[in-house]
Design a protein around this ligand. Structure first.
Ligand code: CP
Ligand code: NVA
Length: 303
């Protein structure tokens, strides 16, 4: 049966750490100039219904870097935009290519594609999750801090797709995660409850960013209005006042703390320009690591 990557909860902690170990090897090999042929003869299709810079280019670069081929499809230029059922699309694609990488709105879209596809379906962001991103983020934390052991990881801002995937990662990969979100903007209730049940106290949600970042090792944030929430932008700017990751907030964290942002960033909203450009911010290393993690994911699922 095809092995999909739809959400982190579908994997054990060991499996998740294995992607990171392999990505580190591939990163070193890339630096040494190794040419890979691990996916020669394989083709993936990427169906994107939302904008993307990093995820698109790093998945395409990863596939080419392993010797494979990519067909990129903007969803609006496919028959999906004219209401062809997902189950038909999934079965047709399964006859043409070796894997599907999908960015869309509903998690049920990737779930439906996976139900009917006989090839692996990889979630490249939905409204609910961004699983591949969190793997490159955890990889970046380990790169900077040595391991996840004993770290206090924080999430400041919206309980969005990124936050939901961090919550699942904390439960499976066993690290402390404190999220500070405004009331009504906490992670999705079912995702949070399931993760908290298995995480035995590792995951907490508060509403005060200062409380969250006190003595933190890792500070994470993301946009206040995600793709698809553009009409809520102004309302969210009001709700999220006080949740900006700025120099003042950062002063409550450990002096050697690192700041993560999956990008794109909105300077002056969820993060100050100074923090984003400052030497504690690792957002661009994080962005690079998407390339290496995507290679590890493609090797495992498509290879
Ligand atoms: N971090 C991330 O997913 O960026 P893109 O939207 O540019 O792919
Ligand atoms: N939460 C953001 C992440 C972008 C990579 C969004 O969904 O737009």
């Amino acid at each position: 049966m095809a092995k999909h990557l739809l959400q982190l909860r579908d994997f054990t902690g060991d499996e998740l750490y294995a992607y990171i170990r392999r990505a580190n090897e591939l990163k070193q090999e890339a630096a040494a100039g190794t040419r890979h042929t691990l996916l020669t003869g394989k083709t993936i299709a990427m169906i994107f219904e939302k904008a993307s810079t990093r995820t698109r280019v790093s998945f395409e670069g990863a596939m080419y870097g392993l010797g494979g081929q990519v067909i990129f499809l903007s969803a609006k230029e496919t028959q999906l935009a004219r209401s062809e059922p997902l189950k038909d699309t999934a079965r047709v694609m399964s006859r043409y290519v070796d894997g599907l990488v999908v960015r869309t709105y509903g998690q049920e879209v990737v779930a439906e594609l996976a139900r009917y596809a006989t090839i692996p379906v990889i979630n490249a962001l939905t409204d609910l999750f961004h699983p591949c991103q969190i793997l490159s983020d955890v990889m970046t934390v380990i790169e900077k801090k040595g391991s996840m052991d004993g770290l206090k990881v924080t999430w400041i801002g919206d309980g969005n797709n990124m936050a939901n995937s961090w919550v699942q990662a904390a439960a499976r990969m066993r690290f402390q995660l404190v999220l500070a979100c405004p009331q009504g903007y906490t992670p999705q209730q079912e995702v949070l409850q399931a993760a908290q049940q298995e995480a035995e106290g590792l995951i907490t949600v508060v509403h005060d960013p200062v409380e969250a970042v006190r003595n933190a090792d890792v500070i994470n944030t993301d946009v206040w209005a995600s793709m698809g929430q553009e009409s809520e932008q102004q309302e969210r700017e009001k709700v999220f006042q006080g949740f900006q990751v700025d120099e003042q907030l950062l002063s409550h964290a450990k002096s050697d703390s690192i700041v993560l942002h999956c990008l794109p960033a909105h300077r002056g909203e969820e993060i100050s320009a100074g923090v984003l450009e400052g030497n504690q911010c690792v957002a661009f290393d994080q962005a690079e690591n998407k390339l290496h993690i995507h290679k590890a994911i493609l090797e495992k699922h498509i290879g």
